[in-house]
Design a protein. Structure first.
Length: 211
């Protein structure tokens, strides 16, 4: 019996942490689909290729190894900017969505998080979660994350960047960020990670029991 957990939400909402915790708890493979777009952007940047060539980007996407995604490397800000440019390309999205679907169907189940998992990638997922938080809370989380890693951050710039990403993700024509009608909303604005995890776990356990 396969069991697929689909998690969507905006940047710094906590969806990635929840996805990893749930994958570990249920011993399921996890895919941060945002990293797949970052990997395409990174591959193009590494060899100095343009980020606005859709055919070229789609070719890179088709040869991507989902098992070799390095979150530490791909989390860099400039790679995120590159990812946002290739993520709006329909041909790139088509290639990566197919790869993401194969990942979800490859074993006894999986946990996938991103922007369009419940609406596009895995519309028949066993449980769908939409994780969000206020812009100010998400900006503070990103600020703390950067500072804790020894970096320098500007709260105003981070907040503006998050707002731009939200607008870009929600306004794009292909697979925009939105809550699926049957997804459970989890607002983590006033939750610590343990509370958010327990909330998500209870919903997943309920879905597993009903299957």
């Amino acid at each position: 019996m396969t069991f697929i957990i689909a998690i969507d939400g905006p940047a710094a909402s906590g969806k990635g942490t929840l996805a990893r915790r749930l994958a570990e708890h249920f011993n399921l493979p996890h895919l941060d689909t945002g990293l797949t777009y970052r990997a395409v952007g990174h591959a193009l940047m590494q060899v100095g290729l343009p980020l606005d060539d859709e055919e070229l980007a789609a070719e890179v996407a088709a040869n991507l190894d989902l098992g070799a995604l390095d979150k530490t490397v791909l989390s860099a800000h400039d790679i995120g900017e590159a990812a946002s440019k290739v993520a709006v390309m329909s041909k790139v999205r088509a290639v990566l969505v197919e790869a993401q679907r194969k990942f979800a169907a490859s074993g006894s189940g999986a946990v996938l998080d991103g922007r369009d998992i419940a609406t596009v990638v895995c519309p028949n997922a066993d449980i769908k979660l939409f994780v969000t938080a206020s812009t100010s809370v998400r900006a503070h989380r990103r600020f703390d994350e950067i500072v804790n890693k020894g970096g320098v951050a500007d709260m105003g710039e981070i907040s503006a960047d998050i707002q731009r990403r939200d607008e870009r993700d929600s306004a794009r024509a292909d697979s925009p960020l939105r809550q699926a009608p049957d997804a459970h909303l989890i607002d983590t604005s006033k939750m610590d990670i343990e509370t958010a995890f327990r909330t998500a776990l209870a919903l997943v356990e309920q879905a597993k029991a009903a299957k």
